[in-house]
Structures are given as C-alpha cells and as structure tokens.
Design a protein. Structure first.
Length: 83
C-alpha cells in the first residue's frame, strides 16, 4: 500500500522515526509516561501541521529582514565607490 503524502509531511522517513523515538523518550524520561508509536506519531503530525508553519514563516521573515539590512549596507558601500 502506498503512503499518503500530506502537505505537512516535510520530514524524511529517518527524521520522522527519530522524532517519534525522541517524543517517546521525552515522555518516558520527563513525565514517566509511556507513549506508544501511534500517540507519538499523532503528536508529531499535530506539531508539523499546526506549529511548524508558524516557525517556518517566522524564519522566512527573519531572513527577509536580514537580507534587507545587508542589501542596504551593500547599497551604502557601493555609493561610497562612486566618483
């Protein structure tokens, strides 16, 4: 059976497996609770679907600000070279 690709499936199979194992370990270590693979997978899916887009958009905005600042500095430097 072919896996269904959802819009929030942005991790490789290996990244997803590691993340699920990290979630299981976190719950066991920090909360002394057992979370199964299905529960960890559902939590990861929720995070990727609901939270990841906000983090991604913030990263894009930060990058835009940085590029704008660097472009302004570059323009300033170029203007200094004018004769």
């Amino acid at each position: 059976m072919k896996d269904i690709k959802r819009s929030f499936d942005i991790l490789t199979k290996e990244q997803k497996e590691k993340s699920i194992n990290d979630i299981i370990a976190f719950y066991l270590d920090e909360r002394d609770e057992h979370v199964g693979i299905i529960g960890a997978n559902n939590l990861l899916d929720m995070i990727l679907q609901d939270i990841a887009p906000h983090v991604y958009n913030n990263a894009i905005e930060d990058t835009q600000k940085l590029l704008t600042k660097q472009t302004e500095e570059f323009d300033f430097e170029l203007n200094l070279l004018k004769k």
